[in-house]
Design a protein around this ligand. Structure first.
Ligand code: HPA
Length: 271
């Protein structure tokens, strides 16, 4: 695995002049931030050695390298979900490649269902913390010391300084920013009412099918993480309505300019 990571990192390094310090994962319906990236180099996933092979025919996504404001970034448009059938090592392989490239900040976005009674569809939730309910752990198995410690600390999994920065930016620009705990589940079903209720009881504010594996590996790699959920549907008994993937995409699309603005401002302010 270590060789594969290095091989892929070398491939990417050879495609660009500057290797960035910041990586961004763009979730469902949240790909538009890439339009803000200038002097772009785009690398389709299928052309990257050792990258997971897409389960969706045609477009599996791409890596985009370029400038966001005055900072060099690498963005993933499209991610690998566990429910698609990938192994956890495949879901998190891009994070290992980012680590090999020397990335120290990871920005993540996703679409999620809201269980907190004060949340509305279209709200942005800053992720304070998570609960990992995936059936498999991305760090299970042999630990490579070169990559990180056997028992990683997760007490600041979503970096506090970055979160404070995001909250300040939202306040300054009058953007409503919720915050809370993200519950990560395997999907691909949305939750039953009883499941949403259970996730609320155990301390969750939002639930989704991604992010947690990548954030665990990023913490193992000692990256600083900032992550946002767009609340695309509501999982509160009495308010639950049928939800489709299209509804999720539509709600994410509406909220994304505000989330993109906060992300961009945080990126501007980190030195
Ligand atoms: N549950 C799980 N994943 C999701 C949801 C949800 O309600 N909405 C968007 N992704």
């Amino acid at each position: 695995m270590l060789e594969k990571i290095q091989e892929t990192a070398t491939f990417i390094r050879n495609k660009v002049n500057v290797v960035p310090d910041i990586a961004i994962i763009l979730g469902t319906g949240l790909g538009e931030l890439v339009h803000e990236i200038s002097s772009k180099t785009e690398i389709p996933y299928e052309s990257i050695p050792n990258f997971p092979v897409s389960t969706v025919e045609g477009h599996s996504g791409k890596l985009i390298l370029g400038k966001l404001g005055d900072k060099d970034v690498i963005a993933m448009q499209g991610r690998f979900h566990y429910y698609e059938g990938y192994m956890m090592q495949e879901v998190t392989f891009p994070i290992r490649v980012f680590q090999a490239l020397g990335i120290s900040y990871l920005f993540v976005s996703n679409a999620a269902g809201g269980m907190n009674g004060s949340f509305d569809i279209g709200d942005i939730m800053l992720i304070d913390d998570h609960i990992n309910l995936f059936p498999e752990h991305p760090l299970r198995g042999k630990n490579h010391k070169e990559l990180g410690t056997r028992f990683p600390d997760m007490s600041n999994a979503y970096d506090k300084e970055l979160r404070i920065m995001a909250m300040q930016i939202a306040k300054e620009s009058n953007i409503k920013l919720q915050h809370g705990v993200y519950v990560g589940t395997q999907g691909p079903t949305f939750e039953t009412p009883a499941e949403y209720n259970w996730f609320r009881i155990i301390g969750g504010d939002a639930v989704g099918m991604s992010t947690v594996p990548e954030v665990i590996v990023a913490n193992h790699a000692r990256m600083k993480v900032l992550a946002f959920s767009i609340i695309t549907d509501i999982g509160i008994i009495g308010k639950i309505v049928e939800v489709t993937h299209e509804d999720v995409q539509e709600a994410a699309k509406i909220a994304q300019p505000k989330m993109a603005y906060i992300m961009q401002e945080v990126i501007k302010r980190i030195s």
